[in-house]
Design a binder for this molecule. Structure first.
Ligand code: BV8
Ligand code: ZN
Length: 263
């Protein structure tokens, strides 16, 4: 059975228009959020399973929480690393990796820190919010550790770091996850690259994001103002849905391959 039969008729019709826009584009940008990893078993931030104990992500993903209780914040990241280490890229990640090889100019801008796009084979990736698998010196002395289970062949049973353990830098300071916390500025070069790519895009694909976190959420509108066709892939409406040209309502692991099959 054609898997797209599970999609609404409106989405099946819109797939043709979306494929035409992409086929005629010189430069395509995909902006992804936590939704693209949901099918891989990585909880989204604001959807089901996004909570850890009684905490919302915004309560833990900030410098004040880390300074106040680094062990609790590290326990949350260790739990997330464990969840991600047990997951695999899904058909949506793999489709975007193929589009990068197939289209003349394709850039992936992701808000996700899970590293699954790279695992799926994407190379031209702008990681807006950092990468959960790197740890850096909290005092920014320059020490950076890559603790990815895929690169370092770590025993997937081990935990990063052991619960309650506080990883320390060689300079004596604490280590912290190399991610952008709420209230922290994004790396200027990384953000600048994302803005340049979105501003130059003929098509922007907005995949699996609630469109609530800035400055990432401003990129689709920036692309649209610069003449790009905007396509949203999401299982539910978001604040961006009103302003995009094409809405593809459905799970990215189903919609992206269906879109690719029409190119
Ligand atoms: C900044 C890394 C300048 C960490 C993340 C007050 C003080 C300070 C700043 C602010 C403030 N008020 C507002 C701000 C700005 C703030 C912000 O935007 N807050 C929001 C909540 C209002 N932004 C910042 O702080 C940024 N920095 O502005 O610096 C500055 C500095 C100081 C003072 C002022 C300004 C930094 C933001 C980065 C935060 N770090 N992650 C970590 O991961 O631990 S953000 C975090 O949210 C993740 O990266 C995540 O990707 C991102 C966005 O969420 P989504 O990806 O969209 O995920 P979500 O769960 O929300 O939605 C999932 C979607 O998928 C849903 O729509 C769902 O329907 C869909 N879906 C589900 N399944 C599927 C699917 N779609 C398709 N297929 C499926 N199968
Ligand atoms: Zn250090």
């Amino acid at each position: 059975m054609d898997p797209t039969m599970a999609l609404e008729q409106a989405t099946r019709d819109a797939l043709e228009r979306a494929a035409k826009a992409i086929a005629g584009a010189r430069r395509v940008v995909a902006l992804t959020g936590a939704g693209i990893s949901f099918e891989s078993g990585v909880p989204t931030f604001r959807g089901p399973g996004g909570l850890w104990r009684q905490f919302r992500p915004e309560e833990l993903a900030n410098l004040q929480a880390f300074n106040r209780n680094p062990a609790l914040v590290w326990e949350w990241y260790s739990w997330r690393r464990q969840r991600i280490a047990e997951s695999r890229p899904n058909a949506g990640h793999e489709c975007l990796a193929r589009l990068e090889r197939r289209l003349p100019a394709f850039t992936l801008v992701t808000q996700n820190v899970d590293g699954l796009h790279r695992q799926a084979g994407s190379a031209r990736i702008v990681e807006l919010h950092g990468n959960i698998w790197r740890s850096v010196c909290a005092r920014r002395c320059g020490v950076v550790l890559d603790e990815s289970p895929w690169e370092t062949r770590r025993d997937p049973e081990c935990r990063w770091p052991e619960p309650g353990a506080l990883p320390r830098c060689t300079c004596g300071s604490l280590l912290r996850p190399d991610v952008v916390w709420f209230g922290e500025s994004l790396d200027t070069d990384v953000l600048g690259c994302a803005i340049d790519e979105a501003g130059a895009a003929d098509v922007i694909l907005v995949v699996g994001t609630s469109g609530l976190v800035y400055p990432a959420a401003a990129l689709p509108d920036l692309a649209r103002r610069n003449g790009a066709a905007t396509i949203e892939i999401n299982v539910e409406p978001t604040p961006l849905s009103e302003s995009v040209d094409i809405v593809l309502r459905g799970p990215s692991e189903l919609v992206l391959p269906a879109l690719e099959a029409r190119l």
